[in-house]
Design a protein around this ligand. Sequence first.
Ligand code: CDP
Ligand code: MG
Length: 891
Amino acid sequence: EEEEERNSEAKSESSTTSSSSDEEEGLPDSVDTDQERCDKPPLQSERAPPEKKAAPIADRTAASLPAEKKPSEPAVFIPVDRTAEIQEARLKLPILAEEQVIMEAIRENMFVILCGETGSGKTTQLPQFLYEAGYASGDGIIGITEPRRVAAVTMSQRVCKEMNLSDRVVSYQIRYEGNVTKDTKIKFMTDGVLLKEIQKDFLLMKYKVIIIDEAHERSVYTDILIGLLSRIVPLRNKKGLPMKLIVMSATLRIEDFTQNARLFPITPRDIKVDSRQFPVTVHFNKRTPLDDYTGEAYRKISKIHRMLPPGGILVFLTGQAEVNSLCRRLRKAFPFRPHCKTPAEGEEDTVGDVKKFKKAKLKKTLTMPRIDLDNYSALPVDEGDEDREAGIDDEEEQLGSDLDLDLGEEEEGAGEGDKSDPSLPLYVLPLYSLLAPEKQAKVFRPPPPGTRLCVVATNVAETSLTIPGIKYVVDCGRVKRRFYDRVTGVSSFRVTWTSQASADQRAGRAGRTEPGHCYRLYSSAVFGDFEKFSPAEITRRPVDDLVLQMKDLNIDKVINFPFPTPPSSEALMAAEELLLSLGALEEPPKHGRLKELERAKLSCPITPLGRAMAAFPVAPRYAKMLALGKQQACLPYVITLVSAMTVREIFQELDRPAVSDEEKDKLNGKRARVVQMKRIWAGQGGALGLGDLMVMLGAVGACEYAGCTPKFCEDNGLRYKAMVEIRRLRGQLTTAVNAVCSEAGLFVDPKMKPPMDSQVTFLRQIALAGLGDHLARRVQPEEVLDPKWRNAYKTPLLDDPVFIHPSSVLFKKLPDFVVYQEVVETTKMYMKGVSAVEPEWVPVLLPQYCHFGKPLETPGPRYCSETGRVRCHRESTFYRVGWQLPAVELD
Ligand code: CDP
Ligand code: MG
């Protein structure tokens, strides 16, 4: 969820108009000033005199100083009025000691790489240093990008508070939300937002400094931004409009940036902030729980809480649902004590817990078992594992004997009586990207007096945010990652082991304020098998959307782009081919030497259709459907279809084996009901042509008319969660579509009438246009030589036969041509999300796939051409599948 959130966000940011700029454009004053800002040549006095050109590049403010002033002195000093408390806290940050060195490096270099431990003060302090040094004086502003939304919002709030300035001055901009004004001087934003701004203003005229934060996360948008800025910054400086790029990173593999000759034209200056990191003792589990790591985390937290001295606990899990469930469990097990001071206003959770506790107390006395802290230091140390030095470990037996830690929920400590209660109440807080900002902010405030803080987080707490007062880290060792199917390009989320670097980063969170402990819920052997670093995102995903975005920036030769880590050339080639087939790129020349053709193929410029597609925050296939959907008032349907296809499985899983006869009957009844409903929903579109896509439309439409209730979903075998998600996506896409084409003027109304027959035909054509590379042709009975091809389909992408999935409404219809959403492999290769295609549409809508030369001598499947080489995607597609299409007159 964590990553999904980040990715989808970045994508949409990069492809939708950011509201901040809209806002600014809406203000007549600011338009003028902006205009002036861009057009005005830099003041002579502000520019370095020509003879000094060879000197280190000075920024405007530095250059405006009298020549004899040393560059090490701050050019200007803009005072900031901080409170004594803030000032004191700041002085403790390691980065403060390095201010002079850092600022000097920035003054003397275009590119600076700043790395330092998480929590050393990079994100909160560097913007302030720059502000004080005058980098935001006059008309320039300081921009900071974050790969995560949470970080952009909380960091802007934090800096705003530290500087005692209004949020009109220190602001943020994330996808559809922000508080940027014309007075903004420090702007936090997600990387996608800045990428979108580059699409509008390549030289980023309003920024004097860009800080790319969390570069070690290697999010695709961060990588692309660094590549782009490595070219933009020298351009700006050449034009006499100084600009700086500062890349900030945790101390993780920065060689990709520093030792990358392709990336920066001038070697960047790198500075390391030494930070005071206290030793963290790492404890491995003896055994590695296979999947119940949430339960294991619960047990570990219980033990830490009961046995170890005060200090906050930070737990790393993989996703929002897990975080919430562990929080509930912990709150139930360790409610607040009634005598504990009622927490500050706004802490509704804890107040709720107090009430719950009172209720529980009526039933029985609920207290913590008495734990003798002396006992803790005397715990046996496992000799075999030198990492294990003190504190608790995972051997239930060792501890269980004296301390009876094997607890059932709610039973814990019952009967011990009030007298034995030295434990602190546990103050449990969740932390994940989608959490409301005011709830996220809670983790930074001190916990109510007399409680122990326990933050249950996703990997957002790994480097982006530093939570004060953490002494114990509990690490499940896993991370939720997105995986892509090479064939279908469909992505899914899977929980996998994290990398060693990440695990160490997580452990480090325990040693910020004093020596700490990290409890890893896996063995040291498992840790040894972790990959060293998490691979850069760009190397593990298809890049069709990125390539489209870059072409939209007129970067035609994507293969030459200075990526910090380039994607594989196969991935780039596949992306280019998909975009060509969607008509988003101009066709490369057809004749010439093979080598030249190959080269031309990888540098095709974008078409107007491609530009329209680039504006939508969805994958290119779906973007094409949206781009075509304007006609015949079909946009609301296309938006719904794209949302439903993005959510994927909208029906409940009913194929599971039943455990009882009763359940068997229930499942059978439900299956029959689903079959019936599917038929009804599919039938609304006339002759079943839209197939499963019509079922999606019908299901969403019916569900919305019924008020989208859990009951309706349950009765009809729909997944309630999927329906809620579709509604959310429809809202978002509608906003995005309105932002892109103002004439669309759509409004978000979940209810919609069934499409008319003409619209259904049109929707089928749109599906064909968008999913064109997923076209499949039925192998005709007379063509079948091998029985495995009976009722099979042939697709350009796969050599093996594929079949219509039995859950499809077209399962028995077997249309001659279909498009499918994805292929899943179970007992056979099955197509899901199937829609029928009229063959005569193919040459018209997908001419790029068709060969209009001489008719083939031998019809039927022909695998590869004689040379065994696929020379051109279009022709090979045609050859490999052997489609006989109706003759169509084309220019
Ligand atoms: O960017 P980096 O990881 O180097 O550090 P930072 O995010 O600038 O955090 C510096 C310090 O500010 C940390 O010790 C945080 O605990 C603290 N901080 C805070 O107290 N409240 C916030 N909202 C953000 C940071
Ligand atoms: Mg930071």
